[in-house]
Design a protein around this ligand. Structure first.
Ligand code: PEP
Ligand code: MG
Length: 592
């Protein structure tokens, strides 16, 4: 079966089976041709007509999206229209036509290429999305200029039920394919956060992205199973494999219905222990998703996106305004903001970091913010200002030394004095908590606790540093196991120490989105979990299914286990008393 399987990223759940249609949406070939000087204005006119035609197309797509998926999703097309009519872009195209005597097609192609190159230098997810959107617009404008139509290809793709496989899915393509007889979508590029992925989810179309080499391996007409939940396609499946896929899909739908039943209900175990569920927010768009899924505040606001993809650092006003906005969405609940966690694999231009041979063990996170104290100061001042109107809290990443907390507190005191001196309203008593995500912090948690307002465990890094396994190395993926007994024992030590010190101990990492780990964490004594917004309904449901007494027993056994498989088996055995494990497996969520 291995050789028939192509794995990617499941971005929209569901199963589809049938023949594949490979849709080639490569850009049309543009012949190099220069124009005479007196043809320039006619060329500019042609450009404007093409832009206007594409605008009409995009408006129709926006309207359809609004009806089928909702107002928020439709905004994707408003952003594309704005991108299409961007005066700087169009001005560049006109200049290339008039000064370099290029055809409108050639000039548009050049101008877009320049923009893409500029954006490609950034690792920002937002800019990557914008690049995908720009590619969609580019194809449409060039086709309009050349008098070609995407409609013909789509007609062919959609004249019988098929699974469409393409190099890159754009939002426009996704909506248009949804109109045709298309049952599933697959692409070589793209990730969960791509606009096309968001749309596929809203439209309920099973979709897998990131199928590297998919187009070379699957020819049009080949029958496949596309599994958008697990993120894979299986070529030439047997009847049995098709049947199995639909059984799993049935279970997933059953689980979905179960999750519907807990919307708005409290997260309390069967035997009455209350659990607080908060959201981890990576991107501003996730604020609404977390609030909609009943998050009682934000347990981890990653501020990385504020700096990635730009050449300057965001100022105090910009940060304060953003923090206030998030605070407003969670009125009455805490919003835990992590100071910049830069370094590791992400060093945006704004930091001008020296090359490091071992970035994960290098100049990262709190080390950067304290070595360049103005970075920390600006964030702290912005948080103090936002705390005037919301329950903002500061959390420090990658702590390994007590001095790091003490130094931050000094900056906090200085900032309070500075802002008071100039009469800026600020909130009192900004809590300063730490992330426990290194073995050093786990071992020193009792000392760190003396200077911290709260503790929040980050098992993504804690696992990486404890097991000496690079979390981003796909080759070591099967060794990256947060349920390794060493991590489990550290988790127990951390919560026990924190509770003894009378501190709130939380956890805000990927394992809080997983059912089995939830059982373990509750059993160990964690009562505040922060998970990715999409996982909150599942975790709420799990909490409501289980007894804390059984969770405790499972956790005790897990801390005595010798291997990861033993820990997993213990948790499965206890979970199996309450929940059908096949049901959980079928609804398995991608870990974010
Ligand atoms: C962690 O390390 O567990 C964590 C939550 O932080 P990040 O994943 O952003 O490094
Ligand atoms: Mg971390």
């Amino acid at each position: 079966m291995e050789d028939r399987l192509i794995t990617g990223v499941g971005v929209s759940p569901g199963v589809a089976t049938g023949p594949v249609y490979v849709l080639h949406t490569e850009l049309p070939e543009i012949a190099h041709r220069t124009i005479a000087r007196d043809e320039a204005e006619a060329e500019v006119e042609r450009l404007h007509e093409a832009v206007s035609d594409v605008r009409t197309e995009l408006e129709a797509l926006r309207e359809r999206t609004r009806k089928r998926a909702g107002v928020e999703e439709a905004k994707i097309f408003s952003a594309q229209i704005a991108m299409l009519e961007d005066e700087q872009l169009l001005g560049d195209v006109r200049r290339l036509v008039r000064e370099n005597q290029l055809t409108a097609e050639r000039a548009f192609e050049f101008a877009v290429l320049e923009l893409k190159e500029l954006w490609a230098q950034s690792s920002s997810a937002t800019l990557q999305q914008r690049t995908a959107d720009l590619a969609g617009i580019q194809t449409r404008v060039l086709q309009a200029l050349l008098g070609e139509s995407l409609g013909d290809v789509l007609h062919e793709a959609g004249d019988r039920p098929a699974i469409v496989l393409t190099r890159e899915l754009t939002p426009g393509l996704t909506v248009q394919l949804e109109q045709a007889l298309v049952t599933g979508l697959a692409s070589e590029h793209g990730t969960r956060s791509a606009h096309a992925a968001i749309l596929a989810r809203s439209l309920g179309m099973p979709c897998v992205m990131g199928l590297v080499g998919g187009i070379d391996r699957v020819k049009s007409g080949t029958t496949v199973i596309l599994d958008g939940t697990r993120g894979m396609i299986l070529i030439d499946p047997t009847d049995e494999e098709i049947q199995e896929a639909y059984v799993r899909e049935g279970l997933r739908l059953e689980l979905d219905q179960e999750l519907e039943t807990v919307v708005g209900l409290p997260s309390v175990t069967r035997d009455g222990s209350e659990v607080i569920l908060r959201g981890n927010i990576d991107l501003p768009e996730e604020v609404t998703a977390a609030a909609d899924h009943g998050a009682e505040g934000v347990g981890l606001l990653r501020t990385k996106f504020l700096v990635v993809g730009r050449t300057d650092l965001p100022g105090e006003d910009e940060q304060a305004e953003f923090f206030m906005r998030v605070g407003k969405s969670f009125s009455g609940y805490p919003v835990v903001i992590r100071s910049f966690d830069l370094g590791g694999d992400k060093f945006p231009a704004a930091f001008r970091a020296p090359p490091q041979s071992n970035p994960f063990l290098g100049w990262r996170a709190i080390r950067v913010s304290l070595d360049q104290p103005d970075i920390m100061r600006t964030q702290v001042r912005a948080m103090l200002r936002a705390r005037a109107s919301a329950d903002i809290r500061l959390m420090l990443p990658l702590i390994t030394q007590v001095e790091e907390v003490l130094r931050t507190r000094e900056i906090l005191e200085e900032s309070i004095a500075e802002l008071n001196a100039i009469g800026v309203p600020i909130g009192a008593d900004l809590p300063v908590g730490i992330m426990v995500e290194t073995p050093a912090a786990a071992m020193m948690v009792d000392e760190l606790a003396k200077h911290s307002s709260f503790i929040s465990v980050g098992t993504n890094d804690l696992t990486q540093y404890t097991l000496a396994v690079d979390r981003g190395n796909a080759r070591l993926a099967d060794r990256f196991t947060p349920l390794h007994p060493a991590v489990v024992r550290l988790l127990k030590r951390i919560v026990d120490c924190g509770v003894c010190r009378g501190l709130g101990v939380r956890l805000c990492a990927a394992i809080a989105s997983e059912p089995l780990s939830t059982l373990l964490l509750l059993g160990l004594g964690y009562r505040v979990l922060s998970a990715s917004p999409g996982a909150l309904p599942l975790i709420r449901w799990i909490v409501r299914q289980i007894d804390i007494s059984a969770a405790r027993e499972a956790a005790t056994q897990a801390t005595e286990a010798a291997t990861t498989s033993e820990v997993t088996a213990i948790l499965e055995e206890h979970m199996g008393q309450y929940v059908d494990l096949d049901l959980l497996e079928a609804g398995r969520l991608p870990v974010v």
